[in-house]
Design a protein around this ligand. Structure first.
Ligand code: SAH
Length: 330
């Protein structure tokens, strides 16, 4: 089967899929994410979303969509900040795009104080005013296809059985017109991102994507990776038991959004992005309010922003229909 089918089955098979059967996050799980590290992450995104909503004229109806909300932590932190703005919560229709029944349950618990609803695909997105979207570590979980050129001929990378063990192989495929010999693409990312950008263009709004990935075309190569118990493992070793991801092609996301007519930010390192939004000031404020937690807040700040932690590897892309959305430094 193609690598994309393998990845889709490993992650989303109804009975055995990785995300269908567990909460993978946190110390007891397989990996951790920015919102699970610090509440300041979601607060910064909340500030940005509120700013965009105000720039749009504080509409009294709008849709807030989170793609792949994990435990619901990011949205909880985002709303804690956003609810300080009169009218924001009352105007909001909150929608969560989530496939995992386990994570849907934790989101429902954490967000029980605010009306929200789950959707399984963008076809069910409500058409309620402008659209604001956040997606943290969502697109890296979507299946990728891999294509290889060998001696002038193109092959698709597949997963099959050899002597009862899973192994990678190649099958001939249609010729592709590419300058490089290895291509990784995600049809599902293109479909979801294309759909979101078309909605932003039609209804107005903004999307913020945070993930690890590359900013230049052709930088990727084979980025399929598996993580279990916070360590790298062979992607074929334990199907459905390890998290499979691939790097996000931010260059492609930016290009697609631009082609659909949206205003596109630079591809910004997470550290720069969070500092531009004021995370240093927020951290100082928290330390002032709870001095006993000084070292905790400082180490959270370092993990999120330092170049040798998440600050450089993680990238941010902001796209918007609002030409005058004023984002200093972004
Ligand atoms: N944003 C969260 C979780 C990241 S893990 C955080 O930062 O902590 C990836 C999330 O995307 C999980 O919630 C997972 O269940 C969800 N997900 C993965 N594939 C999906 C798909 N095809 N459709 C909808 N949600 C998906």
């Amino acid at each position: 089967m193609p690598v994309s089918t393998f990845m889709a089955l490993c992650l989303s098979h109804p009975a055995y899929g990785y995300y269908m059967t567990r909460d993978p996050l946190g110390a007891a799980g397989d990996f951790t994410t920015a919102p699970e590290i610090s509440g300041m992450f979601g607060e910064m995104l909340g500030g940005l979303i509120v700013h965009a909503w105000e720039q749009a004229g504080s509409p009294d109806r709008f849709t807030l969509l989170e793609c792949g909300p994990g435990r619901g932590t990011l949205m909880t932190d985002l709303l804690r900040l956003a609810k300080r703005r009169p009218g924001f919560i009352e105007a909001m229709e909150l929608v969560l795009l989530e496939t995992s029944p386990v994570l849907r349950e934790s989101q429902a618990t954490l967000l029980s104080h605010v009306p929200h609803r789950h959707i399984g695909s963008l076809a069910d997105l409500p058409d309620n005013g402008p659209l604001f979207v956040v997606a943290n570590e969502f697109f890296d979980a979507l299946p990728v296809s891999q294509y290889v050129r060998h001696k002038g001929k193109w092959f698709e990378r597949v997963v099959g059985l050899e002597n009862d063990a899973l192994t990678f192989g190649l099958i001939p495929t249609e010729p592709r017109y590419e300058p490089r010999d290895f291509v990784e693409t995600s049809e599902l990312t293109q479909q979801i991102w294309g759909g979101l950008c078309a909605e932003l263009e039609r209804r107005g709004g903004m999307a913020v994507v945070v993930d690890y990935g590359y900013s230049h075309p052709g930088k990727g190569g084979d980025t399929l990776q598996a993580v279990q118990n916070h360590a790298s493992v062979d992607p074929l070793e334990s199907p459905g038991e390890a998290d499979l991801t691939a790097h996000v092609d931010f260059f492609q996301l930016a290009q697609d959004a631009g082609q659909l007519g949206l205003t596109v930010s630079k591809i910004i390192p997470q550290g720069v992005f969070l500092k531009t939004l004021g995370i240093d000031e927020r951290c100082a404020q928290m330390i002032g309010a709870y001095p006993a937690n000084t070292s905790k807040y400082k180490s959270e700040l370092v993990r999120l922003t330092a170049p040798d932690q998440m600050g450089e590897l993680f990238k941010v892309l902001v796209v918007t229909s609002m030409l005058d959305l004023d984002l200093p430094g972004i």
